[in-house]
Design a binder for this molecule. Structure first.
Ligand SMILES: NC(=O)c1ccc[n+]([C@@H]2O[C@H](COP(=O)([O-])OP(=O)(O)OC[C@H]3O[C@@H](n4cnc5c(N)ncnc54)[C@H](OP(=O)(O)O)[C@@H]3O)[C@@H](O)[C@H]2O)c1
Length: 247
């Protein structure tokens, strides 16, 4: 286990990224947990992964800037050397509609959600090429497929992730596979206000054919499958894990 390359999970401190990190550790993968500011939560994930006997590193970087991307590249280069996987899961949501949206919000959401998918991935290609059967998974959203009047910047970032993931799959084949995953409503801090509001919570259950909110485990299962050798012929695809809400 000690000689295996690492998997880097951005946004690994909370929500979907945290569950992906934990599941990868359950599978015996060495992990690099990335977080922005929440060192306490990152430490808890690190403790969990170390408890599984895998090598675990944690790195903090604000992904809204190119400087943050450089911090991660240098950290991976100095501490891990090679990667067998990259999960771009860090993200933010802003729910503004056309008459409310500002240029600042637009730039901030596209920077955090979309820029790393291109620029962090590019920085890490040499380390992925040194890893075993490397794969990248980018977390999009059903809102990258389905339109809404709210969250225009978020929708733009998530639609672009699906499109760009396909372009990167073509650019990096056959060495590195690239896919994206589009979750529906998942119970995390990102939409805590929503699932704690009984009216909204019920509304989501009603419009979701499977009749419930998604769990972080639902997404982690798919991501870990896409990172594994079981998915060795899958690249350039988007996988919708949404209980049917986008039908
Ligand atoms: N939850 C959903 O219903 C849902 C649905 C579809 C898609 N998604 C997508 O799934 C991904 C994970 O979402 P989540 O629900 O797990 O969110 P979450 O619980 O709010 O966690 C967000 C993660 O992103 C990190 N992050 C936030 N701002 C950052 C920044 N400026 N630079 C670097 N890292 C930053 C956070 O780090 P800190 O802990 O340090 O703050 C945290 O680890 C996102 O891309 C989201 O768009 C979520």
């Amino acid at each position: 286990m000690q000689d295996l390359p690492y998997v880097l999970v951005t946004g690994g401190s909370r929500g979907i990224g945290r569950e992906i990190s934990k599941k990868l550790a359950d599978e015996g993968k060495n992990i690099i947990i990335h977080y922005n500011r929440n060192s306490q939560e990152a430490e808890k994930v690190r403790d969990y992964c170390e408890g599984k006997g895998v090598k675990t590193l944690a790195v903090s970087a604000d992904l809204s800037s190119v400087e943050g991307i450089s911090v991660i590249r240098k950290f991976v280069q100095d501490n891990a050397g090679s990667l067998s996987g990259l999960v771009n899961a860090a993200g933010i949501y802003e729910g503004n509609q056309l008459n409310e949206i500002t240029v600042e919000e637009w730039e901030s959401v596209l920077s955090v959600n979309l820029m790393p998918v291109v620029f962090l991935t590019r920085e890490l290609v040499p380390m992925l090429e040194k890893g075993r059967s490397p794969a990248v998974v980018n977390i999009s959203s059903v809102l990258g497929l389905k339109n809404d009047i709210y969250g225009l910047s978020y929708q733009a970032s998530k639609a672009a992730i699906i499109h760009i993931s396909r372009s990167l799959a073509k650019a990096l084949a056959p060495a590195i596979r690239v896919n994206s995953v589009s979750p529906g409503f998942i119970m995390t801090d990102m939409n805590r206000d929503g699932w704690e509001d009984s009216h909204f919570r019920g509304k989501v259950e009603k419009i979701t054919p499977m009749g419930r909110w998604g769990k972080v485990e639902d997404i982690a299962e798919m991501v870990c499958f896409l990172l594994s050798d079981k998915a060795s012929f899958i690249t350039g695809s988007n996988f919708v894990v949404d209980g049917g809400i986008s039908i």
